[in-house]
Design a protein around this ligand. Sequence first.
Ligand code: GDP
Ligand code: IMO
Ligand code: MG
Length: 423
Amino acid sequence: MAVNLLLGLQWGDEGKGKIVDVLTSNYDIIARFQGGPNAGHTLIFDGRKHVLHTIPSGIFHKNAINIVGNGVVIDPVIFKKELDNLSEFNLNFNTKLLISRKAHLILPTHRLLDAASEASKGKAKIGSTLKGIGPTYMDKTGRNGMRVGDLELADWKDKYAALTEKHIKMIDFFNVDIQYNLKELEAEFFNAIKTLKELTFIDSEEYLNNAIKNGKTILAEGAQGSLLDVDFGTYPFVTSSTTTAAGACTGLGVAPNKIGDVFGIFKAYTTRVGSGPFPTELFDEDGETMSRVGHEFGATTGRPRRCGWLDLIALKYAVEINGVTQLMMMKGDVLSGFKTLKVCTSYNYKGTEVHHLPYNIEAHNVTPIYKEFKGWKEDLTSMISEDTLPKELNEYIKFIEDFVGVPVKIVSVGPDRKQTITR
Ligand code: GDP
Ligand code: IMO
Ligand code: MG
């Protein structure tokens, strides 16, 4: 069987957690392939909300195997908290949750380095989640990193000590005021490592390729979104991993010819947390309405998310780079009641109209050009069938489909698992 991918097409928080949970009943295996605890994936069912950071969003389904792939970076401390939060559900982690030996570990000093780097940048800071993501991937590509598999080797504590010592010097080099108590951080870290070591470590590339040969169905769960991709996002205001489809190949050890469908998720409008350009960002009442009705606060950091209109130039770009075969539109319900909706269909780039995403989309270079749509009044949140969707919403969706050339197969009308309409 082929591996299907599910990816965010904007700046993250599109609703990936919800849709992975909805789709898991069709899959044997759910595998996270990149990112780490910078992600916050929200699932709501049976009246309860769950936020997952590193654990794949298929964890609540009885039969699904959840894999944390080699491309993921794991903070044992956050991972332990996630496991503790799930303790009441009596899930058998030893059989349901498998960890790649090649996944890299986030050390306490990676987090400190993230904070020091951000503090040193002042106003130009990335707005990182301060989870140590950038420094950990830097150690990975710099060939200094520690991996989960190292924990099975006799000398892992020496490796840890050497890397931490190096980090301390680097933190000093930044020459910023970062307060920390390494002893406390290490006690928490070593305690969490004990928990991590109780789980099952696997050679995940071998496991997954065998699963493919044996006809198992696999869904790869992305984190962040295409506009945060280290190559194709709004660099340098991006994360440090490949969030696009290619990241699933390197982050799981699955060859490109094994990829099947690519599900691309987007919000009916746009949000972004942290710094960086955002051409369709709103600073008016419409933006405030999106923020309020959509409860737009980060699932990991609690920071308010910036809100704006849907940007079809950016969406088309993401669809192309990922080879998206099906779209899923989230949070359409949040737009109910808007008299007029706008979508960006081209940019004014330094005085000329362009129809692609230019190299630099800072506000001084780019102004969005909009097409307007009539809004709808109906509350969508209790709708369960495509037939009941308002005419104006269908026109909005049809325009998006025609513009990017891919069908919208799921319309999400609320955060709950059940508030999901298939087309
Ligand atoms: P992820 O990072 O892509 O998994 O998304 P997040 O969980 O960070 O953010 C999505 C937020 O929107 C969460 O609070 C979800 O509960 C919520 N959500 C998802 N789909 C919908 C929807 O269709 N309508 C509404 N109103 N909320 C939604
Ligand atoms: P999910 O998977 C939204 C953003 C941060 C910051 C930038 C770099 O929930 O969609 P990092 O900590 O990765 O170095 O931060 O990327 N960011 C996200 N924004 N959703 C996420 O994940 C994000 N993960 C990172 O806000 O701007
Ligand atoms: Mg999120």
